[in-house]
Write a protein that binds this ligand. Structure first.
Ligand code: AMP
Ligand code: GLY
Length: 422
C-alpha cells in the first residue's frame, strides 16, 4: 500500500521511520517532509495545510492511506476530503477534531461524558469574563477557545494577570478569532502526563504514555514550548491508572462523540494532570504529541501501518498492540532563541557519530539540505535525539552521549530531560 504522511516535523519523521518498516508498505510519501524524512520517504512539496492539493496528490498517486501528523489539516477537513475521494485517512473528521480545535467544545463533551476535568465556564464577553475572574480569585487558568499554536493558555497566579490574558485574547485578539471566546478554569496541580489511545470510532486501545517537558528552561522554567523532550513509559502511569483513564476518560468520550454523530478515529491524546484527587483531563489533542511520538515509535513492536488501517476500518476490537519493555527518551535540540525569534541556516555536523551510539535514533524536526549538501537548521525545534535502553537511566545516558556528538553551535537543549524520573 502507498502511504502519504502529512507534516514535516520530528513526529512525522518518527511516523515515517516506523511506517517504512511495514511489510504492507509499497511506497511512502511525506508532504512536505524535511531533510531527515527524505532518507525514508519521498518528500512532496505540498504544505501540511493545503488540503485540496494533498488529496489531489493522493488520488493521482493511488495512495491507500493518508496519515495526518499535525492537527491543523484535520481541523481543516483533511479526513473529510479523503473520505469524499475514497481514500482512508488516519485522523478524525473536522467535526471530531473539534475536541482539540475548541476548548469549550472539549469541555462540553467531557461534561456530558462525566469525565473528571477542571471546573470551567465559557465567555464570549470580556466584561463577564472579568467579573467571573474577580469572583473566583487566583490562581486561575484562562484559555483561548480556538487553536493558538500552543500559546493560548495562561496559568495566572493573580487576578490582574488573568484580566490581562482576557484583554489580550478577547480585546487585542493576539490569537485572532481563536480568542473571541475564552474558557476560564480552576487551576489544578500535579505532575502532567501525555496519554495516547488508538481509536476506531467505537473501540479504543491504550498506546504507551509519555512525559513531556514543556518549558524551555531546565527545572521547568521559562516560557512554554511545543516540548523540549520526553520519555516513556512514565513511572506514574501504572496499570491501574491506565485502566482508570480508559474507563473514566477515553471510552466515555468515544461513546459521547459517536452519540453526537462524530465518531473519533485516530489518536486521541489526553493531557492529564495527576492530582491528589486522581487524574484530571486538561486537554485533548487529536494527534500524536511531538516529541512524545518519537519516544513511542522506538518502543512500538507491532506494525504501525496495520494498526492504523485497523483504526480506519473499525477493526481494533481484536487488535493486539505490542510494546517493547525498553525505556525511551528524546532530547530536543532547538535553535537559540526558541520559542521566541531564532535564526535559520546554521550548519549541523556529527549526526553520523550521534546515530552510531547504540540504541540511538536521531529524528529531524526542522532541518533542510543546502544546495551544497550541508545539513542546516530550518526551524525552532530542529532535532529529536531519541534513545532506548533497558532502563530509563541507560536511555538517558545514550541520548545525551549522542547529543554531545552533534556539532551545532547555534543550538541548545535541556540537560535535565527525564532527570527527575531517573
Ligand atoms: P493545554 O494546552 O490546555 O494543555 O494547556 C497548556 C498547559 O497549561 C498544560 O500543559 C498545563 O501545564 C497548563 N494547564 C492547562 N490547564 C490547566 C489547569 N486547569 N490547571 C493548571 N494548569 C493547567
Ligand atoms: N508535546 C505536546 C504536544 O504535542 O502538544
Amino acid at each position: 500500500m502507498k502511504v502519504l504522511v502529512v507534516g514535516g516535523g520530528g513526529r512525522e519523521h518518527a511516523l515515517c521511520w516506523a511506517l517504512s518498516a511495514s511489510p504492507v508498505l509499497t511506497r511512502l510519501f511525506c508532504a512536505p517532509g524535511n531533510a531527515g524524512i527524505a532518507a525514508v520517504a519521498e518528500c512532496v512539496p505540498i504544505g501540511a495545510e493545503e488540503v485540496p492539493a494533498l488529496v489531489d496528490f493522493a488520488t493521482r498517486e493511488g495512495v491507500g492511506l493518508v496519515v495526518a501528523g499535525p492537527e491543523a489539516p484535520l481541523t481543516l477537513g483533511l479526513a473529510d476530503a479523503c473520505a469524499a475521494a475514497g481514500i482512508r485517512c488516519f485522523g478524525p473528521t473536522a467535526a471530531a477534531a473539534r475536541l482539540e480545535g475548541s476548548k469549550a467544545f472539549m469541555k462540553e463533551v467531557a461534561e456530558a461524558a462525566g469525565v473528571p476535568t477542571a471546573r470551567w465556564a465559557r465567555f464570549d464577553d470580556p466584561a463577564a469574563a472579568r467579573a467571573h475572574l474577580r469572583a473566583a480569585g487566583a490562581p486561575i487558568v484562562v484559555k483561548a477557545d480556538g487553536l493558538a499554536a500552543g500559546k493560548g493558555v495562561v496559568v495566572a497566579q493573580t487576578v490582574a494577570e488573568a484580566e490581562d490574558a482576557v484583554a489580550e485574547m478577547m480585546e487585542r485578539r493576539v490569537h485572532g478569532a481563536a480568542g473571541a471566546t475564552v474558557v476560564i478554569e480552576e487551576c489544578l496541580e500535579g505532575p502532567e502526563v501525555s496519554f495516547f489511545a488508538l481509536c476506531d470510532g467505537e473501540v479504543a486501545l491504550p498506546l504507551a504514555a509519555a512525559q513531556d517537558h514543556k518549558r524551555v528552561g531546565e527545572g521547568d522554567t521559562g516560557p512554554n514550548t511545543g516540548g523540549m523532550g520526553a520519555y516513556s513509559p512514565p513511572p506514574m502511569v501504572t496499570e491501574a491508572l491506565r485502566e482508570e483513564v480508559m474507563a473514566r476518560i477515553v471510552r466515555p468520550v468515544l461513546a459521547e462523540m459517536a452519540r453526537r454523530g462524530a465518531p473519533f478515529r485516530g489518536v486521541l491524546f489526553a493531557g492529564l494532570m495527576l492530582t491528589a484527587a486522581g487524574p484530571r483531563l486538561l486537554e485533548f489533542n487529536v494527534r500524536f504529541g511531538d516529541p512524545e511520538c518519537q519516544a513511542l515509535m522506538v518502543r512500538l513492536r507491532s506494525d504501525l501501518l496495520t494498526a492504523m488501517l485497523a483504526a480506519c476500518d473499525g477493526e481494533l476490537a481484536d487488535f493486539d498492540l505490542r510494546w517493547s519493555e525498553a525505556h525511551s527518551l528524546v532530547v530536543v535540540l532547538a535553535a537559540r532563541g526558541y520559542p521566541g525569534a531564532y535564526a535559520k541556516g546554521g550548519v549541523i555536523r556529527g549526526l553520523e557519530r550521534a546515530q552510531a551510539v547504540p540504541g540511538v535514533q536521531v529524528f529531524h524536526a526542522g532541518t533542510a539540505r543546502r544546495a551544497d549538501g550541508a545539513l542546516v537548521a530550518n526551524g525552532g525545534r530542529v532535532l529529536g535525539v531519541t534513545a532506548t535502553g533497558a532502563t530509563l537511566r541507560e536511555a538517558r545516558e545514550a541520548a545525551y552521549r549522542a547529543v554531545d556528538a552533534i556539532e551545532w553551535p547555534e543550538g541548545f537543549c535541556r540537560r535535565d530531560i527525564g532527570a527527575r524520573a531517573v
